[in-house]
Design a protein around this ligand. Structure first.
Ligand SMILES: *Cc1c(COP(=O)(O)O)cnc(C)c1O
Length: 400
């Protein structure tokens, strides 16, 4: 069990004890970082201003190397399989655009796939003559494993799996789906953007070929950070779509040599302060214990899934059998953006997920937008109840 008082003492957003705490329910968007993350970033920016960015980075070389080790510990991967980038989408694309495709090849995407992934798949299909097909969902809303088994053949080059989607509490059965994909030799690229930092991840147990994640969401790192995991044997044989002098070495007038490990998916330039901050965020999570954090998130989301439906006019929209920390809902006769804005006026932060972010899933359920409440483990039950009361006061049936 986590000590919430201590957790919250680490969060600058709660420093002002004189006013009511902000109710922060957007860790699926951009979470509240612990103090160590903010201090790490700001201290490094100051140091760069004192002695220049190159010397400042040189002073922190060991800590920069340690970022990949920390991420490796978090997802149970060797650090040689980790490539750092500036977002989950960048990492996803770095891998995806490097997969050889030709006419007639098939790319399978998940029903809850994220728009950026689907758009990239469609672009490559246009360029190569490959085709994009959606994996159907089963009655619960998760990936239909039987349908997937019937869909795959040796023309399937990639299965794009979504661990936890952006627009609700679904968690997909990744290990089972991966087993099916591997039977026909297809690669599996897992979008773990909404699960890393929230749900304990073990890439060896999931057996995926690659995984992408972001720093700013459940990991509570800085914006502009993300990472890619690539199975080390694969990283050593894949040719990235784009190279620079860090991902490869210029060895002769007509020659270059790729950097041996997943580093070949990185470019040289990066935000050093943000990267150090990401390392601090991952170490902070490892110290708390990923299983403890998950228990805290699950308890908070579970509390909302119990109390929100008791509010007249509120419908919780989560699907699937296993649930993440994202609680999605709608309020009768109050548009989701209005719910968000009226809650913001009370210092309650939620976001809206629109149809275009998860087009296939939202269209199949006839939804245009949902409100998304994503409480991290540091949110108190009292704050959750303040949020539910505020939602109750919004619905048209409410007479105050
Ligand atoms: C937020 C999100 C992304 C994109 O992450 P970025 O860091 O903004 O690139 C990808 N997939 C899912 C499921 C997301 O929720």
């Amino acid at each position: 069990m986590l000590d919430q008082t201590r957790l919250r003492a680490d969060i600058p957003a709660y420093d002002d004890a004189a006013r009511p705490s902000p109710v922060f329910l957007d860790s699926a968007g951009s979470s509240l970082p612990p103090r160590i993350v903010v201090d790490t970033v700001v201290d490094h920016l100051r140091r760069e201003a004192e002695i220049g960015g190159y010397r400042a980075a040189a002073e922190r070389l060991d800590d920069l190397h340690a970022v990949k080790s920390a991420i490796g510990s978090l997802v149970n991967a060797d650090p040689s399989g980790i490539a750092l980038s500036d977002s989950a989408t960048r990492s996803w694309a770095d891998f995806f655009y490097s997969i050889p495709l030709s006419a007639g090849d098939r790319i399978l995407v998940s029903g809850a796939d994220y728009a950026s992934n689907a758009i990239a798949a469609l672009q490559r299909a246009r360029a190569t003559g490959a085709v994009v097909e959606a994996i159907p969902s089963d009655g619960t809303g998760q990936i239909d494993l039987d349908a997937l088994a019937g869909l795959v053949d040796e023309r399937v080059k990639l299965v794009s799996l979504l661990h936890a989607p952006t627009n609700g509490g679904l968690v997909n059965p990744v290990a089972e789906a991966t087993r099916i994909a591997h039977r026909v030799g297809a690669m599996v690229l897992l979008d773990a953007c909404q699960s890393v930092g929230q749900i304990p991840i073990d890439v060896a147990a999931l057996d995926v070929d690659a995984l992408s994640a972001t720093g700013r969401k459940w990991l509570r790192g800085p914006r502009g950070t993300g990472f890619l995991y690539v199975r080390p044997e694969l990283a050593a044989t894949m040719e990235p779509a784009r190279l620079d002098l860090h991902s490869a070495q210029w060895t002769g007038p007509q020659e270059y040599r790729l950097t041996p490990d997943a580093t070949r998916f990185e470019f040289w330039e990066h935000d050093v302060a943000a990267r150090l901050g990401l390392g601090a965020a991952v170490r902070y999570l490892l110290e708390l214990g990923p299983a403890n954090v998950y228990a805290g998130v699950a308890a908070n989301a579970g509390h909302l899934r119990k109390t929100l439906p008791q509010v007249p006019g509120v419908t919780v929209r989560d699907i699937g059998t296993l649930h993440s920390g994202i609680v999605s809902f709608t309020v009768d006769d109050v548009p989701p953006t209005e719910v968000r804005d009226r809650l913001r006026d009370q210092d309650i932060t939620v976001t809206v997920s629109h149809r275009g972010s998860t087009l296939l899933d939202m269209t199949s359920r006839g939804l245009d937008a949902v409100v998304r409440a994503s409480p991290h483990c540091f949110v108190t039950t009292d704050e959750l109840d303040r949020f539910v009361d505020a939602v109750a006061a919004l619905s048209p049936g409410h007479r105050s």
